[in-house]
Design a protein around this ligand. Structure first.
Ligand SMILES: *Cc1c(COP(=O)(O)O)cnc(C)c1O
Length: 301
């Protein structure tokens, strides 16, 4: 992995203590600081895929995502950094006005290919993958959101960025659950890992995470009630909370993942979910680029 780490320069993350704001030992692991483009957990989920693609002598990486996807833009940038071509299969017809995310991905050299939502739903079918191979030639495939074992393996490193053994609870946002699986795998069985799902009623999430665990009996908690209406949905309460959090802690959050997981954390604190001796680590998974899709001016940071 040494050459990858030399190619893509990462910033140090910090551990911010917000205990004075919440009257409880709560620290925040600022993965959002790790890289201006390959933000948050995306680096950790991609690194072993990139290494594998190089070891297998691939020249092209292909992956999937939506028009605002943190994963798409991170993959585009990471591939360019290591001299790999990249193709992004984007969910939905080509919009008249491209999102900033898509414009960035293209600027970083990703070839974007729009498919209908119906086609996109077939992205795991071998028939569809074969069709893509015919169209684009040989490629290394990274699943949507880098879901899977390699993504989880890379995410284990998140727990090693600081001494996380002192925390009784680790809380993080969840999309595919890949990062959470890695965190569960790398923590002590007595540490409680709490995931906040950004999706509405994603019933298969629990099993998908469990399938990535080294110890499939290990317990973890998934909270499904903080989606604010569904994936990438938001309301005034969420935006107000994000502005207030920033005013009090100088921590910026995104409205798709980290804003919702911090909102959930504050709700748990209010409900006295934690006991007096508990020490909580909140993982800030980045994703701030997604805020560019919000109406200008509603965020005060
Ligand atoms: C991608 C992403 C997630 C979801 O990660 P999974 O491993 O898919 O659960 C959470 N938060 C942020 C900010 C992300 O960009």
């Amino acid at each position: 992995m040494a050459d990858l780490n030399d190619t893509i320069r990462l910033n140090n993350v910090t551990v911010d203590d917000i205990s004075s704001v919440v009257s409880k030992t709560v620290h925040v692991l600022r993965l959002d600081k790790i890289h201006p483009v390959i933000s948050g957990n995306k680096w950790f989920k991609l690194k072993f895929h990139l290494e594998q693609s190089m070891n297998d002598n691939h020249h092209t990486v292909l992956t999937f995502g939506g028009a605002y996807s943190n994963h798409i833009v991170a993959t585009a940038f990471a591939c360019r950094s290591i001299g790999m071509d990249s193709i992004g299969i984007i969910r939905g017809e080509e919009p008249v006005e491209w999102s900033d995310t898509l414009k960035d991905a293209k600027r970083y050299g990703m070839q974007l290919h729009f498919v209908s939502r119906d086609e996109y739903d077939r992205k795991e079918d071998t028939g569809f993958i074969d069709q893509l191979k015919k169209q684009f030639g040989k490629f290394y495939l990274i699943p949507e959101g880098a879901y899977g074992e390699l993504g989880a393996k890379g995410s284990e490193e998140i727990v090693k960025l600081t001494d996380t053994s002192i925390y009784t609870h680790i809380i993080c946002s969840v999309g595919t659950g890949t990062m959470m699986a890695g965190i569960v795998n790398a923590t002590h069985p007595l540490q409680k890992v709490i995931g906040i799902s950004s999706m509405k009623g994603n019933q298969s999430l629990e099993a998908e995470i469990r399938s990535l665990l080294k110890n499939d009996k290990r317990e973890f908690s998934l909270l499904h009630d903080h989606h604010f209406g569904g994936y990438a949905k938001y309301d005034k309460a969420l935006i107000d909370f994000m502005n207030e959090l920033y005013a009090q802690t100088k921590i910026p959050t995104d409205f798709v993942y980290s804003g919702k997981s911090f909102f959930a954390l504050f709700s748990l604190l209010k409900e006295n979910y934690f006991s007096a001796a508990d020490k909580v680590l909140a993982i800030h998974c980045g994703g701030l680029q997604g805020n560019r899709s919000l109406p200008a001016g509603i965020l005060e940071f």
